[in-house]
Design a protein around this ligand. Sequence first.
Ligand SMILES: Nc1ncnc2c1ncn2[C@@H]1O[C@H](COP(=O)(O)OP(=O)(O)OP(=O)(O)O)[C@@H](O)[C@H]1O
Ligand SMILES: [Mg+2]
Length: 337
Amino acid sequence: MTETANGKKLWAIGGGKGGIGKSIFTLGLGISLARLGKRVVLMDADLGGANLHTLMGVRYPTHTLEDFLLKRVENLEEVVLDTQIAGIGLICGADDILGAANPTYSQKIRVLNQIESLPADFVLLDLGAGTSFNTLDFFNYSAGKIAVFTSQATSLQNVYGFLKNSLFRRISREFAKDDDVLWLLHQTGSKAPEVKIESISELLSHLQRKKPDQYQVLRQILKDYQVLVVVNMVKTDRDFQAAQIIQNVSNRFLDLSPQVLGYMHYDQAIEQAVNQLVPFPMNVQKSRAADELRDIAQTIIDKYAPTAALQEPAYQQEEDETAARSSWSSLWRRAPA
Ligand SMILES: Nc1ncnc2c1ncn2[C@@H]1O[C@H](COP(=O)(O)OP(=O)(O)OP(=O)(O)O)[C@@H](O)[C@H]1O
Ligand SMILES: [Mg+2]
């Protein structure tokens, strides 16, 4: 697995904490991108806690990622399920059996390599909670990195931990054979450091003085490590400040400058959709969160993925029969090789 993202179509949605809306956001973003004419595959990368299919109203997936991981099928394409939404395919998460929830390094490479050849404009990875290496690796490999969180203190704490762990994993892998840098990196998290290095900025300064080559490499990693943030479940204006808080601490301690991708208000239509097993925002004509998701999708297309072009619209806003027939499998067949 190369450590620098090469897959322009791969976007990961993480955030550290459970229950803050990662899956809801992934699904809503996917639907919004499809409505804007993009071909989308949603992949449940919450290995062991997969539930994206449930949010899409799929009760019994015929195939899951496990079939691919355990080589029951040769191509990742074979586990992409049709969904009720034109232009959206779904890769269901693996069950926590036979070790599929904990894929080996080579299994992960097999998944990531094949993702790039899926005929889709966007592949959105719904990551699980926590900071397992699987989650961090998927996040780090993705060209688009979105961190979702709420204004709750615990969510802020977890998302910061998630970003920190992801970045540290990225740096550790780059310097896997450089014990000196690994040791210095370890000092930043140590309670009793032997050298006082409390942040990535201080590590940079240290390397600049002592190890100019490594300094350049680390600088480049930080430059390439672009994270977009989304605050979910906004209820009052104060909640907007959550983005600023994460920007400030990321900047101060990690030398990262996350950009705000957008905000999503708390919306009862989302809870209703979950209870009715109808994917949000398919259950509403108009809703604030749906509008916000559409704006976020448009921002991604215009600003962050302007090259993701589609030959023909995958989705008609009016869900007429033609659009309903324009299912994932038909898009699949006519997609360019
Ligand atoms: N903007 C919102 N407005 C109202 N309810 C929301 C919103 N976002 C999420 N929810 C509610 O929060 C619940 C949890 O969301 P979701 O399943 O997406 O969390 P998650 O971060 O993926 O959790 P996990 O890590 O456990 O998979 C949803 O079932 C939904 O009811
Ligand atoms: Mg989830």
